[in-house]
Write a protein that binds this ligand. Structure first.
Ligand SMILES: [Zn+2]
Length: 163
């Protein structure tokens, strides 16, 4: 396996590239923290397009220290005025235990994965409330920035605001 197909696709993409000279701010004033899950299309699910939003992704769509770092930069330097925290239904880190994920990765890797943290979520709603609170109470996130917590349903495409 190589990257040839992807690089070829990139050449086509660049052939009619129209974002040249475009700045890096969030044109719709939106930042999204969501899961790495391939079923999620963060821009399209909100009716946005390239250039509109800052997007931070990790397993589970958690508000980690790195996510906060991105959101602080977004709020102060990149035009972010609304932040959506968006975990989703049928997420692997919310439907497996840490031990189960370690077992599955160990089986796939053929080497011990018992030391690898995966930050599983026991209660997705509770984790979402905590994550939204981390953003709202962050001293470097201005109070004027709106923060919402949503669950994205990967089977219907619908967002459900929980916080
Ligand atoms: Zn997920």
């Amino acid at each position: 396996m190589s990257f040839d197909d992807l690089v070829a696709a990139n050449r086509e993409f660049a052939a009619d590239f129209d974002l040249s000279g475009f700045d890096g701010v969030a044109h719709a004033g939106v930042a999204i923290v969501t899961c790495m899950d391939s079923r999620i299309d963060p821009l399209r699910m909100l009716g946005l397009k390239a250039g509109d939003a800052k997007i931070f992704r990790n397993p589970g769509g958690r508000v980690t220290p790195e996510a906060l770092e991105a959101l602080v930069l977004g709020a102060h330097l990149l035009n972010v005025e609304r932040i959506l925290v968006v975990p989703h239904t049928r997420c692997a880190v919310a439907s497996n235990s840490e031990a189960e994920l370690r077992e599955r990765v160990t089986a796939s890797a053929g080497v011990d994965a018992s030391w690898q943290p995966f930050h599983v979520v026991d209660d997705q709603d509770a984790a979402l409330r905590e994550d939204v609170q981390k953003v709202r109470s962050h001293p470097l996130i201005p109070e004027t920035v709106e923060v919402g917590g949503f669950i994205y349903d990967v089977d219907t495409g619908l967002l459900d605001q929980r916080v």
